[in-house]
Ligand binder design. Structure first.
Ligand code: PGA
Length: 253
């Protein structure tokens, strides 16, 4: 059975909250029903609640760009999975390379965040990816499987619990150059194999979706249709324009 495609917009820290809310209104008017595909917008924490109201009558869902692993307590500055749920969040991006690189996020922290999200009924969108140097040294497969194994340690998906694994090569993000689909295919296979080694076949098959992120745009999206194992995209820059976001969806489906 074909998995439900998913298109996730990562707005990063690109817009001020008022601009995010204005953009969300445009999305709500323009992003319709794409044959059952899911659309998720991840704005800054500050706009989550307001944007949840904007999307109330649309099919668009909201996600957070990060999350903490405790539900409450003395953790200055953090946002808990429970708080995200009250804001209407069903998804959270975890382990984005910008956090790993700029804020020292480790596989262990990623792992704790995944556990906390699943406990709170939030679907984790887990990012893994190699640097340009790791790629040049042919370490991509090793890096990807190590990141995934670290992230998924002790994680058992039960029942209907879902997880989304995003292949996000660091060198491709924001560069204007997406990975070629032929190059992404073996990496997706490594991700799949890592998952198959961890979980029972039915969970590995039904509860995990694989997406790609890194300079996805309206033009290159159609090329990824050749990858049968790919279920959608995590989109940064091109998700700040309604027309580009909609074109990406249409060109991939
Ligand atoms: P990009 O970002 O589409 O701007 O390359 C993707 C991401 O960082 O998730």
């Amino acid at each position: 059975m074909k998995k439900q495609p998913i298109f996730i917009a990562n707005w990063k820290m690109s817009l001020a909250p008022a601009e995010e809310i204005a953009l969300a209104r445009k999305f709500s008017d323009a992003v319709g029903d794409f044959g059952g595909a899911e659309t998720v917008i991840c704005p800054s924490f500050l706009s989550l609640s307001a944007i949840a109201s904007v999307f109330e009558k649309s099919g668009i869902q909201i996600g957070a760009q990060d999350v903490f692993w405790q539900n409450s307590g003395s953790y200055t500055g953090e946002i808990s999975p429970a708080f995200l749920v009250t804001a209407g969040c069903r998804y959270a991006i975890i382990g984005h390379s910008e956090r790993r690189q700029n804020l020292g996020e480790t596989d262990e922290m990623v792992n704790r965040k995944i556990h906390a999200c699943l406990d709170a009924n939030i679907t984790p969108i887990v990012c893994v990816g190699e640097s340009r140097l790791e790629r040049k040294n042919n370490h991509t497969d090793f890096v990807i499987s190590a990141q995934l194994e670290g992230a998924l340690t002790g994680v058992d998906l039960v029942g209907n619990e879902k997880i989304i694994l995003a292949y996000e090569p660091i060198w491709a993000i924001g560069s204007g150059n997406a990975v070629e689909p032929e190059e992404a295919a073996p990496v997706l296979a490594v991700m799949k194999q890592t998952v198959v080694n961890l979980w029972p076949p039915s969970i590995a098959e039904n509860n995990v979706r694989y997406i790609y992120g890194g300079s996805v745009d309206a033009e290159n999206a159609s090329r990824f249709r050749s990858l049968s194992s790919l279920n959608g995209f995590l989109i940064g820059g091109a998700s700040l324009t309604v027309r580009d976001f909609v074109s990406i969806i249409k060109n991939f489906l």
